[in-house]
Structures are given as structure tokens and as C-alpha cells.
Design a protein around this ligand. Structure first.
Ligand code: 6PG
Length: 245
């Protein structure tokens, strides 16, 4: 069952999702002295990263116990303006002085298949051979219903191999290759959150949440954590076509 939290404004949505980030991080660090999070790319989470970097409500977090991964990356070098790693570094990681060994970036400068294979190895090694279960995975949703880099019609989620955790894909509608978590890896997480704001996402969001199950057309419908939970953080504009609770 999808949990949905709607705020009147995008700013309120950011404050709410930041509050969840902080509480989950504290809970996991108190329990096991470490917190693993996979960040999303795109423009929406930029203000979340800036909030976490600057807001005093996050000052008390033991940032040196937080390990950062990415749910997807573009096939570009880490200094490229399209790099999801670069965006998070400039807005959050540098400000909070995250130790280099806690930053697990996808090596977008490599051939995507090589980058995906290396990242899968790194993730499996980090989880010490146990099935990888991130504490938190942050996702966005594109206008076409994609999430991470699971795009409509792409071969990424036809990767039914249960042991595939990271895929490399070429997306016909984009000039770039991508490296992405598979739905299998995302659904293994303890907590998955979507951050979706703006009127321009309203119709797609309605189709994803209230339309027929068409994951090939709306890959965000693939996200349904096996044991963990899923929360959609929305602003009123993005949620404007949803049936009121
Ligand atoms: C990426 C993201 C992607 C993003 C959506 C929404 O690498 O682009 O991981 O899945 O979350 O495209 O992007 P916006 O927030 O820019 O609308």
C-alpha cells in the first residue's frame, strides 16, 4: 500500500522528506552505527540536498557515519554538468564534509556495462555478500513515468535475472547511456521514498498511482518494496489529479 504525504508547497515537501531522512539516519546509526542511502538525480532533489546541507535540523547528524550511493547515473565523467554525483557533491557532500570513503559514486566515465558491473561488485562487497538492502533509497519520477533510469520500454527492467542489481542501458530517447539500480535492488530496500513536485507531473502521477498496472509504460509502478515501505512525498500541484484520501 502506497503511503502518500502531500504538502501545500514544494518547499513543504522538501522539509517533510528531509525530516524523514534525518529520523531514519538517526535510527539506523543508533542501531548499527551506519546509514546507507542511495540518492536520486534530476532537478527536484537539488533543493533537498541544499536543505540537508544548510538546515540546523541536520547539524546533529553524525555525517561521517552516512554512506552515499546513487540509484542511477548518466554515462558522463564526475565533473560533467549532467553528473548526478556532481550535483550531490556540490550541494551536500562537500558542505557536510563527507569522508571520501563514504562516497560510492557510479563511474560514469567508463563504458556503462563496465561501470554497472563494477558498481554491482562494490555494492555486494559493501553489504559483505548479504543481499543488498539499503536503509533508504530516494527516487524521482520523470514526466514519462520513469524512475532512476528505468525508462519506458528500456531493457533495464526486462532484466528479470534476480541477481541483477545494477544495469547499463542505452535509452533511445536520450543520447546518453545510463547506469541504474534495477527494480529488484530498489525493492529490496528498507525504505523507499519518491519526491515528486509540480503540476507538470500531475497526469503521469495519476496514471502511475491510480491508473491500470502498465509498468512497461510507467516504470515507477515497478517500485513496490518486498519487505520495506514506500512513501510518496508530493506537493499539492503534483497531487492535484489524485483521488482525495
Ligand atoms: C536522473 C534521475 C531521474 C529523475 C527523474 C525526475 O538521473 O535523471 O535519477 O530518475 O529522478 O528524471 O527528474 P526531475 O526531478 O528533474 O523532474
Amino acid at each position: 500500500m502506497n503511503k502518500i504525504r502531500i504538502s501545500p508547497t514544494a518547499e513543504g515537501t522538501i522539509t517533510n522528506i528531509a525530516g524523514l531522512f534525518i529520523s531514519i539516519a538517526m535510527e539506523q546509526i543508533n542501531q548499527k552505527d551506519i546509514f546507507s542511502v542511495a540518492l536520486s538525480g534530476g532537478s527536484t532533489p537539488k533543493s533537498l540536498y541544499e536543505f540537508l546541507a544548510q538546515d540546523s535540523s541536520a547539524d546533529h547528524l553524525p555525517w561521517d557515519k552516512i554512506h552515499f550511493f546513487w540509484g542511477d547515473e548518466r554515462a558522463v565523467p564526475p565533473d560533467h554538468p549532467d553528473s548526478n554525483f556532481l550535483q550531490a557533491s556540490l550541494t551536500l557532500l562537500e558542505s557536510r564534509l563527507i569522508p571520501a570513503e563514504n562516497v560510492h559514486r557510479i563511474r560514469g566515465e567508463l563504458d556503462p556495462k563496465t561501470a554497472a558491473a563494477l558498481y554491482q561488485e562494490e555494492i555486494l562487497a559493501w553489504f559483505k555478500g548479504t543481499p543488498p538492502q539499503f536503509d533508504l533509497i530516494l527516487l524521482g519520477m520523470g514526466f514519462d513515468g520513469h524512475t532512476a533510469s528505468l525508462f519506458p520500454g528500456s531493457q533495464a527492467f526486462q532484466d528479470s535475472n534476480q541477481n541483477a542489481w545494477v544495469s547499463a542501458i542505452q535509452i533511445p530517447q536520450l543520447s546518453l547511456g545510463r547506469i541504474t539500480f534495477t527494480a529488484n535492488l530498489i525493492n529490496a530496500a528498507e525504505q523507499v521514498v519518491f519526491l515528486v513536485t509540480g503540476q507538470s507531473k500531475a497526469e503521469t502521477l495519476f496514471n502511475v498511482l491510480e491508473g491500470p498496472n502498465l509498468p512497461n509504460k510507467y516504470p515507477s509502478q515497478l517500485i513496490n518494496p518486498h519487505n520495506g515501505s514506500l512513501i510518496w512525498f508530493l506537493d499539492q500541484a503534483a497531487a492535484s489529479l489524485l483521488t482525495p484520501a
